[in-house]
Write a protein that binds this ligand. Structure first.
Ligand SMILES: [Zn+2]
Length: 262
C-alpha cells in the first residue's frame, strides 16, 4: 500500500515539476487508492497531506506550488516510515555512505599525491582541478573505492555480475569524490556564503573547511532548501541559495547573522 502511494506521489512530483500542473484525468484513475489510504493509514501526517493534495487538485483554481510542496513532504515522510519499519525487522537499511566507508575514508585522508608535490589527497577538489589532474585523482579514488566495495561484498552470493554492484560502486566513488575537498586549518577565515562550510572532521575532531554541495541551477538549489527543511523541521532559520564565483555552481546556506554555534 505504502509503496503504491509512493509510486503515485513520485509521478505527481514529476508532473508538477515539469508541467507545473497535475493531470486531473490521471488523478481520477488513482483516486480510489488515495481514498482508501487516507481512510486506513495510521500515519496521520501523510494522510493529512494527501487529503490536502486531493482537495486542492479538485478545486477550481488549484495552487500548484502548495500541492508540490505537500507532495514532496509526504514523499519524505513515507520514505522515513518505510526505513523505520525495515530497521525494526532487522533489514539492512541504507546505512549511509559515510558509515559504510568510514575506514577507507580515513585511509584516503592520510594519502599524499606524489604528482602534486605531496599535496594531501583530502584537499583535492576535482571540480576545480585541471582536467588531467582531476582525472588522475578520480582514477585513484575509483580504484580504492571499488576495491573496498569488493572487499565488503565478495562473500555475497548475489555479488557477481549484478547491476546493483556496479551501481553501488559508482555511488561509492561519487560519495568519496564529494567527501574529499577539505581544507585544514582555515575554518576561522571562512566568510558567510562561500564555497565552504565549517564542520568538525570526524577523523581528527578539529574544525575544518569542507566544500558545500554544488547544484547546477538555482532551481535545483532552491528545491534542496525545501528538502533540508523537511529533514530538519526544528531548524527555523531562514535559508537562501546563491551563486558561487569560486566554482561557478550554486550552493545553499543559512542567512547572514543567523548562524549559531550549533
Ligand atoms: Zn562553490
Amino acid at each position: 500500500m505504502k509503496n503504491e502511494i509512493q509510486k503515485i506521489l513520485r509521478k505527481w512530483e514529476g508532473n508538477l515539476r515539469r508541467n507545473g500542473s497535475m493531470d486531473a484525468t490521471r488523478f481520477s484513475q488513482v483516486s480510489n487508492e488515495i481514498d482508501s489510504y487516507i481512510r486506513t493509514s495510521k500515519n496521520t501526517q501523510v494522510a493529512r497531506l494527501l487529503t490536502s493534495c486531493r482537495d486542492s487538485t479538485l478545486s477550481a483554481s488549484p495552487n500548484n506550488d502548495k500541492i508540490l510542496r505537500n507532495v514532496r513532504h509526504a514523499l519524505f515522510l513515507l520514505q522515513k516510515e518505510i526505513n523505520d519499519e525495515k530497521r525494526e525487522l532487522g533489514f539492512d537499511v541504507d546505512l549511509g555512505q559515510r558509515q559504510r566507508y568510514e575506514a577507507i575514508s580515513k585511509k584516503l585522508y592520510s594519502e599524499k599525491l606524489r604528482f602534486k608535490g605531496n599535496k594531501s589527497l583530502r584537499e583535492a577538489d576535482v571540480t576545480l582541478m585541471e582536467g588531467r589532474d582531476s582525472r588522475k585523482v578520480r582514477r585513484i579514488v575509483e580504484k580504492r573505492m571499488c576495491q573496498e566495495y569488493h572487499r565488503q561484498n565478495k562473500h555475497r552470493s548475489s555479488y557477481r555480475c549484478s547491476g546493483k554492484a556496479r551501481h553501488e560502486m559508482d555511488r561509492a566513488v561519487s560519495y568519496q569524490i564529494f567527501n574529499l575537498g577539505q581544507l585544514d586549518g582555515h575554518a576561522n577565515q571562512r566568510g558567510i556564503g562561500t564555497h565552504w562550510k565549517k564542520i568538525v572532521d570526524y577523523s581528527s575532531g578539529e574544525y575544518v573547511m569542507k566544500k558545500k554541495v554544488e547544484y547546477a541551477t538555482l532551481e535545483e538549489a532552491q528545491l534542496h532548501i525545501e528538502l533540508y527543511k523537511f529533514a530538519h523541521p526544528k531548524d527555523k532559520r531562514p535559508m537562501h541559495a546563491y551563486y558561487c564565483e569560486h566554482c561557478g555552481h550554486y550552493h545553499i546556506g543559512h542567512d547572514r547573522g543567523t548562524e549559531t554555534a550549533a
